[in-house]
Design a protein around this ligand. Structure first.
Ligand code: ADP
Length: 487
């Protein structure tokens, strides 16, 4: 891997301000999903080292939380700036372990810094309140304080921005943080730690514990079970999220969970079809469809169905999969397991009567690449309608009217993102209110910025990231009562 700054490629974990190997020297391999070639061997830590990181976070807490928000913010702004300065190298590292095109990886890196800068400012506004007391000689005051030692567990699909979206607000609020990145993509996390150190984040305030898939449950048990830890922030599958939430219940630790989705993408007959097609290209094929807000169920109204299929087919036929360093529009799937799921979803839909219009199989590149795919006439009971596909497969379903669309869209245990396209202002407002999702988007296929709250309802999660609401996740409300005011 060619980097301008080779110090960014770190393979040891980062604990208490020092690079640390496993106590037994164990390592695990990180592979480039585009080639299957090993990129690095990374320290494979266990619960012992995790405990040390948590204790360091606890020791660092007093100093960190007693600094002013302005001082913490200045360090975080420096971190964001360093990340942007090294965006090319960070994108090279990210693409090598995750597979997305370099241009897209760079976009993620820069997007990730928006959270660091936002919260560096927002924490200065963690205002309290004075409350008129019902008792004459007393005063009631509310202050907001950092929760304390926090832990984060992050996924492989956004190896950089899912970390800055947690660590940015946590540190800005005055918390300290131990982070476990996904086993597929630890290098991006370690590069962020290197830059955090250069920015002046003190030892113990931010540690990164790396472990492989087999080690994750034990490390996870320590992170959720250690009594010093006050909060878990997790992004990943609903299944693992439920397990971690249950583990946190024993110590009544706070949780923020950003879990799976099954986003409906609804195209009404009065939609701007070009905007709907353009929106879907990003929403469905970005990161090869491996995002929790990817369109999973594309519902198109009868009257525009055929025309939408035609325009979408043209657009999708122009998308090229390939390795990150070339001009590809999308990279490979993360691993064989991901590829199997996508294949299974396509086969299932076809066996139930769906038609393959574009793609439907692997391109000549082989490996874990899958061709951008359009399926039409997908039956409502197909797997693709009920499980996250996490791949570049657009499955189209017909619907009759607004009620029909709402009932299909809400027929899921997930509630993360929903999209619809309509130019009727009454319908736009009704749909905003009727769709049971944490983020509802009209006439856009993308969203997510540091100023808007990101998060789901139902089994898609708890809590919000980004925005002024995102800061609250890292703060506790403390009620102060001052009595004895009478002479
Ligand atoms: P995905 O299916 O996207 O890989 P996962 O929920 O399996 O999603 O993984 C998200 C994160 O959760 C990763 O960092 C992974 O290592 C971690 N993880 C998986 N299982 C556990 C577990 N039992 N305890 C703690 N972390 C886990």
């Amino acid at each position: 891997m060619e980097l301008a700054d080779s110090e960014l490629l770190r393979t040891s974990a980062y604990i208490d301000g020092a690079w640390a190997d496993a106590h037994d020297g164990a390592t695990f391999a990180v592979y480039d999903p585009a080639t299957g070639v090993e990129v690095a061997q990374v320290a494979n830590l266990g619960e012992k080292e995790t405990q040390v990181a948590i204790e360091a976070a606890n020791t660092a807490l007093d100093d960190w939380r007693s600094r002013s928000a302005k001082e913490r913010g200045a360090i975080l702004h420096r971190w964001a700036e360093l990340i942007r300065d090294h965006a090319d190298d960070l994108a090279t590292i990210l693409s090598a372990e995750q597979g997305k095109p370099h241009r897209e990886a760079r976009g993620e890196i820069v997007y990730g810094t928006s959270f660091v800068d936002w919260f560096a400012e927002e924490a200065k506004r963690a205002y309290g309140e004075t409350i008129p007391s019902p008792v004459a000689d007393r005063r009631n005051i509310v202050v907001k304080q950092p929760i304390g030692v926090c832990v984060g567990i992050t996924p492989w699909n956004f190896p950089s921005s899912m970390i800055t979206r947690k660590v940015g607000p946590a540190l800005a609020a005055g918390c300290t943080m131990v982070l476990k990145p996904a086993e597929q993509t630890p290098l991006s996390a370690l590069a962020l730690a290197e830059l955090a150190e250069r920015a002046g984040v003190p030892p113990g305030v931010f540690s990164v514990v790396t472990t492989d898939a087999d080690g994750a449950p034990a490390v996870g048990r320590e992170l959720t079970g250690n009594p010093l830890v006050r909060k878990l922030s997790f992004t990943g599958s609903t299944e693992v999220g439920k397990l971690l939430m249950a583990q946190c219940a024993a110590g009544v630790k706070k949780v923020s969970l950003e879990l799976g989705g099954s986003a409906p993408y609804i195209v009404f007959d009065d939609a701007d079809l070009d905007a709907a097609v353009g929106g879907l290209l990003g929403c469905k094929f970005r990161n090869a469809g491996q995002t929790c807000v990817s369109a999973d169920r594309i519902l198109v109204q009868d009257a525009v169905y055929d025309e939408f299929v035609e325009r979408l087919t043209d657009a999708v036929s122009g998308l090229t999969p390939g390795p990150a360093t070339g001009k590809a529009d999308l990279g490979p799937l993360i691993d064989e397991q991901g590829l199997d799921k996508v294949r299974r979803h396509v086969e299932d839909a076809v066996s139930r009567g769906a038609k393959v219009i574009v793609g439907g199989s692997q391109p000549e590149l082989g490996g874990t690449f899958f061709s951008p795919t359009v399926l039409t006439e997908v039956p409502r009971d197909a797997l693709i309608m009920h499980e996250e596909t996490f791949g570049p497969v657009a499955g189209l379903v017909r619907f009759r009217d607004e009620d029909d669309a709402v009932s299909i869209a809400n027929d899921t245990s997930y509630g993360l993102a929903a999209y619809f396209f309509s130019r009727d202002v009454g319908r736009v407002w009704r749909m905003f209110e009727r769709l049971e999702f944490g983020m509802v988007n009209a006439n856009v296929g993308g969203m997510g910025n540091e100023a808007a709250p990101f998060g789901g309802v139902k089994e898609s999660g708890i809590g919000r990231e980004g925005s002024k609401y995102g800061l609250e996740e890292w703060l506790e409300i403390k009620s102060l009562t001052l009595g004895g005011l009478d002479d």
